[in-house]
Design a binder for this molecule. Sequence first.
Ligand code: NAD
Length: 699
Amino acid sequence: MPNIVEYQVQGHIGVITLNNPPVNALSVGKGLLQGILDAIKAGDHDPAVRAFLLIGGGKNFSGGADITEFGKPPFPGMATLRDVLQYMDTVTKPIVAAISGPTMGGGLELALGAHYRCAITGAQIGLPEVKLGILPGAGGTQRLPRLIGAKTALDMIISGDPVSTERALELGIVDEIVTGDLLAAAVKYANRVVKEGKPIRRASSLTVAVEGDADAFFAEARARIAKEWRGYPAPLECLACVEAAVKRPFAEGVKFERERFEYLVGTDASKSLRHAFFAERAASKVKDVPDDTPVREIRSAAVIGAGTMGGGIAMNFVNVGIPVKVLEVSQEAIDRGFGIIRKNYAATVAKGRLAQDAMDKRMGLLTGVSSYDDLKDVDIIVEAVFEQMDVKQEVFRKIDAVAKPGAILATNTSTLDIDQIAAVTQRPQDVIGLHFFSPANVMRLLEIVRGAKTAKDVIATSMKLARTIKKVGVLVGVCDGFVGNRMVHAYFREAGFLLEEGALPQQVDRVLEDFGFAMGPFRVGDLAGLDIGWAIRKRQAATRNPSERYTKIGDLICERGRFGQKTGAGYYKYEAGNRKPIPDPEIEALIVQASKDAGIARREISDQEILERCLYQLVNTGAKILEEGIAQRASDIDIVYLFGYGYPRFRGGPMFTADLIGLPQVLEAVQRYEKAVGPWWKPAAILEKLAAEGGRFNG
Ligand SMILES: NC(=O)c1ccc[n+]([C@@H]2O[C@H](COP(=O)([O-])OP(=O)(O)OC[C@H]3O[C@@H](n4cnc5c(N)ncnc54)[C@H](O)[C@@H]3O)[C@@H](O)[C@H]2O)c1
């Protein structure tokens, strides 16, 4: 094991190597930063050393702070990144940083404290802190603008997105691109810095370039960011820090940056964003399927059905180079499906986001087939035919007869029992649900539905496949609607009851949009099309429990031919070619009449009641899902909602929101609605238990 920091003098250069695999996280507790500080101090006092080189052992310079140290108490006596940077600013021998691989956050801040930076092609250089609701808190907001100007620095800090080595050179973050062996090339560059007598260039001593009038620039940026990042405090704080870099001396700017960093760490938004970050990592772990479970190779795929979902699913595979055979009932159906895929890609090409030859390559990986025999050699088959048990079982009988041993047989069903589908095959262990969300080529969520007999390696392979096709896979169990749809159903239902009791669609939508959803439930309904739900409800009518509350408002709207935006009217009306919802007196009259017919006296409904009833339906349903073991952990439910249903990320997901509010308060409201509204509000046992214990859904 090499030391976490290696220090060696090569000729005149004191080479400091970071050795903290896998990404050289800047660990305080493990002594990485202390090691860097000690090395610089040693070299500073060594007359043989004329310059320093900071370099990452392994693939990258440094990926940033050690996230496992987040929220932990400080390590007394150990140097922090700020200590190192402060010392670097006093050193009078040139310090060169050699940038490679992901050089992010604190990693970049360390490099910005050097006097010169060389980089190898392929690095990713950025300050992603804003994505966790914080800001670069070790001088990043002060040094970067001094190097590259206020506007570009602000854009980089607020987007959090990395730039390439070449772009970093253009911007002035990097002074030189080196090639070949990084260590040898960087040592050579450091020697050149010495030989040419290049001055000590501290970013902290530079002044920030601002194009035009600084006050006007910041006023415009502030207005734009406030609008674009509603609910997220970090971007505005980043802006304030960049403004401080322009208007105040470096020492004051750094102090201000520290204050704003401390403030942001304590905000609910940052807690939520950090939760979302860790939740996404946790979701990839399956409790009884160890990380080293062998996986099956997925080199080829088949999709059955080229409708709305099948087409999008096929795109996911070909996008990553996996060839797909698509089986349909007729050549016309194939042509229709492929036509839509082609149109989809062509739109991306037209926007300049995909090259024509890449599109051609993807289309070339699609093959339409009509016989099940053609599926005998593929590694995975995803069924996306009509949502009918008999149709799906028939398809599974046929694929069971031809698929090669070990092939994964997946269904995209949204509601049907995977075990009943698996039962018609001779290999239920190979059957799994892969529940994509519409549009399947866009939505990141993939619910991976485990049947009673699904084999562990099929689960492990599916989790890996999710990553390969750039989805966020979440393992769920079998129940009606799995996690996401079961919850959203409760949410929509409650929103409908609110209409019946006295609210109007525009009020409900406004409250949920103010909370942070991009669209309230009725705007979502109008966008998605109201006829789909109507058809399902008509089918369910015969089996519906008559004692259960049911609002007819949705059905009455559909009976008027109002299916949402596609028919120019739904819960709202729309002007031709415009998606702006316009409240409609006809709907208000319909709702008022429906309340009357249901014998409900309409009343004033407060915004707070609307929010509580919609949100706590999600939470209480999520809690039941958790206690039934349908989801492995509360954070998985949050991930489903964040990636599949547009839940505002700055609120962390419904279960995390409940944790932040406090479970006793959530429980009190749920109990209140159970009394006032109806028995479907019965609190989940786990909610009662955790509230009593002072616990949280998320640990
Ligand atoms: N649409 C959504 O939002 C959505 C979301 C998630 C999951 N799903 C599920 O995905 C599945 C497909 O839904 P969709 O919206 O794509 O439906 P769709 O009606 O758009 O497409 C179904 C396609 O399957 C084809 N098909 C029917 N029977 C077939 C058979 N025996 N062999 C081969 N092809 C056959 C049809 O010709 C049609 O093209 C359903 O199980 C649905 O519940 C849909």
